[in-house]
Design a protein around this ligand. Structure first.
Ligand SMILES: Nc1ncnc2c1ncn2[C@@H]1O[C@H](COP(=O)(O)OS(=O)(=O)O)[C@@H](OP(=O)(O)O)[C@H]1O
Length: 292
């Protein structure tokens, strides 16, 4: 990872981004070759898939599933914790050979998920977060992670975010396309906010969804190990020098520290256009978390 970051520091902001099938990605860790190789990744019925738009709680849920599988099988899944789309094309071979159960995570839009995952109806946990906190988290992450273009101001970032020009494209496109599948039998959607406010209940729902039978004591232990505080304390070990960047505040409502009223209204308008009246929109509980 340090080599990748050193390489990133030599690139111009434009060079840090590559476009694949119309969507921008961080060029230091994504490539067309890897995307092509992923198309031949065969899913297995016992795979576990986590889907998120960036900054919605991916690392939190990956850790949860690793801890759960540790209790079930006595060892953690062999796959590294990066998104399936990150890395060199050879890495896809390692994913193919990894022993079951495999925990995969991705920020890909629905249309770009390897087809086999859809055909095999792999159990998929979709983690959602309100678009305003997601934006603020993404802004800080972009300015602290050399592989992403950095921004001289929040306003400049906001402009790219609202126009879908950040890596992984538009939050609203991503959410509305996944939202069409929210009732698929193999998909369970859960919000960052619900997890924060009623963690024990949602931890149990995750274990039940994936058919992982855990005792109350085991769930309690997982809960304690995966609090924000605990994950932040261990973040240097799990995420190296970027640990503090991955585990920044872990709060609901931090968007109020940066959004202007006009920016808030712009996001409200996008929500109305893309998600209001949909099941996913309802799940986001937009009024509660995003009212200015
Ligand atoms: N355990 C726990 N509890 C509460 N919040 C947590 C937890 N773990 C991660 N986080 C917060 O999730 C945000 C990072 O999201 P991702 O892991 O999806 O980031 S990434 O897309 O993979 O870079 C980022 O949000 P912000 O703090 O708002 O920036 C993290 O702090």
């Amino acid at each position: 990872m340090e080599r990748v970051q050193a390489e990133a520091k030599r690139k111009t902001p434009e060079e840090l981004v590559m476009i694949y099938k119309g969507i921008p990605y961080p060029s230091c860790i994504c490539s067309e070759e890897t995307f092509c190789a992923l198309e031949s990744l065969e899913a297995r019925e016992d795979d576990l898939l986590i889907v998120t738009y960036p900054k919605c709680g991916t690392n939190w849920v990956i850790r949860i599933l690793h801890e759960m599988l540790f209790f079930i099988g006595g060892k953690e899944p062999s796959i590294d914790q990066a998104m399936i789309e990150f890395g060199k094309p050879e890495k896809v071979q390692a994913l193919k050979e990894a022993s079951s159960p495999r925990v995969f995570s991705t920020h890909l839009h629905y249309k770009d998920i390897p087809k086999s995952f859809l055909e095999k109806k792999v159990k998929t946990l979709l983690i959602l977060r309100n678009p305003k906190d997601t934006a603020v988290s993404y802004f800080h992450f972009s300015n602290n992670n050399p592989i992403l273009p950095s921004y001289d101001s929040w306003d400049l970032f906001f402009n790219d975010y609202i126009n879908g020009k950040v890596c992984y494209g538009s939050f609203f496109d991503h959410n509305s396309a996944w939202g069409e599948h929210i009732d698929d039998e193999n998909i369970m959607a859960m919000t960052f906010e619900d997890m924060k406010l009623d963690y024990a209940t949602h931890l149990k729902r995750i274990s039940e969804f994936f058919g992982l039978s855990l005792s109350e004591e085991q769930l309690k232990e997982i809960e304690n190990k995966t609090t924000f505080k605990s994950m932040k304390e261990n973040s240097e070990g799990t995420h190296g020098k970027l640990g503090n960047t991955f585990f920044r505040k872990g709060e609901i409502g931090d968007w109020k520290s940066l959004f202007s009223e006009a920016q808030s209204k712009e996001v409200d308008a996008k929500f109305e256009q893309y998600l209001a009246g949909t099941k996913l929109g309802e799940k986001l509980n937009y009024k509660k978390y995003c009212e200015y």
